[in-house]
Each structure stands twice: as C-alpha cells, then as structure tokens.
Design a protein around this ligand. Sequence first.
Ligand code: HEC
Length: 100
Amino acid sequence: MRITHLLVLFLIVAMTAMLALPAFAADGAGTYKAKCAMCHGPNGEGKIGPAVKGTALTADQIVDLLAKGNDAKKAPHKKPISGLADDDAKAVADYVKSLK
Ligand code: HEC
C-alpha cells in the first residue's frame, strides 16, 4: 500500500513539473538578460543601444521588430534576432513593456 501511495505522489509531482515547463520556455526576463541586456542595459536603461524602458513602441511592434527585423533600423535590428522563438519574442516584448 505504501509503495502505491509513493508512486501516486511521484506521478503528481512529475505531472506538475511538466505543466510548469512551458512557463519556463517563454521566460521574458530570462530572454532579456540573455539576448538584450548587453545592449539595452540590465534594466532597459540603455547601454550600446538606446533605452527600451518607456519605449513608445507597443508590445506587438516590439515582437515585429524582433521577429522580422526592420530595414530602417540600425544593426542588430535590421535582421530578426536569431534563436528567438515566437513565444519568446512575445514574452520579452511584454517584459520590455513592464520595465519602469
Ligand atoms: C547588439 C546590440 C543589441 C542587441 C543584442 C539588441 N538590441 Fe535592441 N537596439 C539596438 C540598437 C542599436 C537600437 C537602435 C536601432 C535604431 O534606432 O535604428 C535598438 C533598438 C531597439 C528597440 C527600439 C526602441 C525604440 O523605442 O525605438 C527595441 C524595442 C529593442 N531594441 C529591443 C530589443 C530586444 C527586446 C532585444 C533582445 C531580444 C534587443 N533589442 C537586442 C541594439 C541591440
């Protein structure tokens, strides 16, 4: 009987972990630190690139800039940011908009 209880407990823990994973996959703050902070500063205050905190762009426009690039912009935003999945772009755009 005890072993069955442990097994059920283990299954519940495993399933909870699996459900939680997609939330980690689209971690806006983590993506920002890994791919944007070196140019835009850890808090979006600007560094090599301009400040992104308080940007006039909407989250959708940021997603567009990251996912497609914009020829009118300077590097690196002429081209899409590499290695950025769609949901990461959305998460990082929401994160940028949350910076105050
Ligand atoms: C290699 C440095 C660099 C990296 C990495 C970088 N950026 Fe930029 N970013 C820039 C520069 C330079 C500009 C200004 C481009 C221009 O105006 O022509 C810019 C502009 C922007 C703008 C427009 C700001 C405004 O108000 O007009 C946003 C938003 C932005 N970046 C977000 C990001 C995000 C999010 C990431 C990470 C996924 C990122 N950038 C990665 C250098 C960088």
